[in-house]
Write a protein that binds this ligand. Sequence first.
Ligand SMILES: [Zn+2]
Length: 269
Amino acid sequence: MRSPLTALERPEYTGERRCWPCTVANGGLLAAACLALALAGRPLLAATAGVAGGAAIALRGYLVPYTPRFAPALVRRVRSALGRTPAERPLAESLAPEGRDGERVLDALIAAGAVVVDGDDLALSPAVRDRWEREMAALADLDDGSLASAADAVLDEGRTAAPISADGRRYVAVHARAAAAEQGAWVPRPAAIADLAAVRALSPLTDLDGGTRLSAARAFRLFLDSCPDCDGPIVETSSASCCGGGVDPREGPQSVLACEACDAHLLTL
Ligand SMILES: [Zn+2]
């Protein structure tokens, strides 16, 4: 039965889509307002406001009008003041160092026969695809420590890899030998499996140097049919929540490929 409250609900800001930073911000403002009323000698009004405000936040996701418009900026300011937490690191971290020229890497892959051009489409060569899939299956069987050691073996001299987990998610942290794992790039486990398998699949192609193989690895994620770790379906989704959760403040909401089953982000498009 449709409850009369249903009409007041705002599904875009509640349920699974509820934005917790907005909810917490509004709850805090409501509590402060109620306290002010109580201290001003209006306890009944404070109680009424508390109940009505709490119901509004529960049903509508927020109380203060325009919260979804101002909260993102507020949250971004707080976040930059605190330093970003692991969950808000850029989504498409990979084993490769930043700043390789994608066009040049693609040309090298085509020249080496790893990627074939078919009209407007690009595809992995059947031999590379086959090696890549076999390597992914083998790497998915490794525990986190062994996966990090395997990643370490393909990294350049100055960098190493360590297993790390946070908020129930598993990562391979790629970091400078001199720095702590926490300061490195955190590659979600399924993405690390795909990247490392790609580097291995390319290793027989001696025309490609180690740096090019590493840089090419991330692009392989575009060719994933299913999650390399849990075999779940891959879907295109948005990194945005109403107050920008998971969004790089410099770039705004982004389209990402993610595993529907284990929720790991695989690639920012
Ligand atoms: Zn998965």
